[in-house]
Design a protein around this ligand. Structure first.
Ligand code: SF4
Length: 273
């Protein structure tokens, strides 16, 4: 009997391009469970990716989809959401597309409180192009472009989006599938800019060169062992938190969305004309 989630996928283009044990598949799976639980009509969903391993995900989902250009997924999302606010717009991207080339789009979409859901696979490197250093690579991380160790501080993506104005912000890892599914559900239901960071394994590059862990299961175990909840983190020192991943839902507040502000403006202009 076929798996019930196959309905959510374009099975004709499977298998995926992803390496065995890659977090991209785990994130896609959690997203499908979230969409299934929320019973959203797949015809009302648009998924958007840029370029990179995670950005390939919209090609596999049975929704209207854009596999666009690197770092510009949020520019497409802004146009689509403003043209048809009834659509559920979900952006799937990697940490490079999100915080490097796409960093400007990210902060402005958050500032505007665009009502979309961004799911970012943070695997700490550029996986698709060979494991180069990214704005999320930890200090000391050995990648193909930092063979002696990375000297740059990584972004805290959730804090970046919070400072820019995001109104739902959450971080989990792929070793927390239940919490991740719940966070995606909350993010989709939230009115406003939802940002879900998923710290996920890239066993082919990050696992192998930064963590020295080759097996996918060892990568997942590492994520679980290095995660602390935001409540646990409150009692820990900066030193104790140095190689830890703080997980939890960090921000949830209701503010007018960009679409709502435009509708309000339209009413005002019409009433004066
Ligand atoms: Fe996944 Fe890394 Fe392989 Fe890309 S290179 S598919 S991120 S494991």
């Amino acid at each position: 009997m076929p798996h019930p989630n196959l309905n959510y996928l374009r099975s004709e283009i499977l298998p995926t391009i992803w390496c065995p044990g890659c977090g991209c598949g785990q994130i896609l799976n959690c997203l499908i469970y979230a969409i299934r639980d929320l019973e959203i009509d797949m015809n009302k969903i648009v998924t958007i990716g840029g370029v990179g391993c995670m950005s390939r995900a919209p090609a596999y989902l049975n929704t209207d989809a854009i596999h666009g250009i690197h770092g510009r997924a949020l520019a497409f999302a802004t146009g689509i959401k403003l043209a048809n606010p009834e659509l559920t717009v979900i952006i799937l991207m990697g940490d490079g597309g999100c915080a490097a080339i796409g960093g400007n789009h990210l902060i402005h979409a958050a500032r505007r409180n665009l009502d979309v859901t961004v799911i970012v696979n943070n695997n700490g490197n550029y996986g698709m192009t060979g494991g180069q250093v990214a704005p999320t690579t930890p200090i000391g991380g050995t990648t193909t472009t930092t063979p002696w160790g990375n000297v740059e501080r990584p972004f805290d993506l959730c804090k970046l989006v919070e400072a820019a104005g995001g109104t739902f912000i959450s971080r989990w890892t792929t070793a927390h599938p239940t919490q991740l599914i719940n966070a995606i559900k909350k993010g989709i239901k939230h009115k406003g800019f939802s940002f879900i960071e998923v710290v996920a394994p890239c066993p082919t590059h990050f696992g192998r060169y930064v963590l020295n862990l080759r097996e996918p299961v060892e990568n997942l175990r590492w994520l679980r062992e290095h995660s602390v909840t935001k409540r646990e983190a409150e009692k820990m020192s900066e030193e104790e938190l140095r190689d830890k991943i703080i997980v939890g839902d960090f921000v949830e507040k209701r503010l007018p969305t960009l679409e709502e502000r435009y509708l309000e403006l339209e009413k005002k202009v019409r009433s004066k004309s």
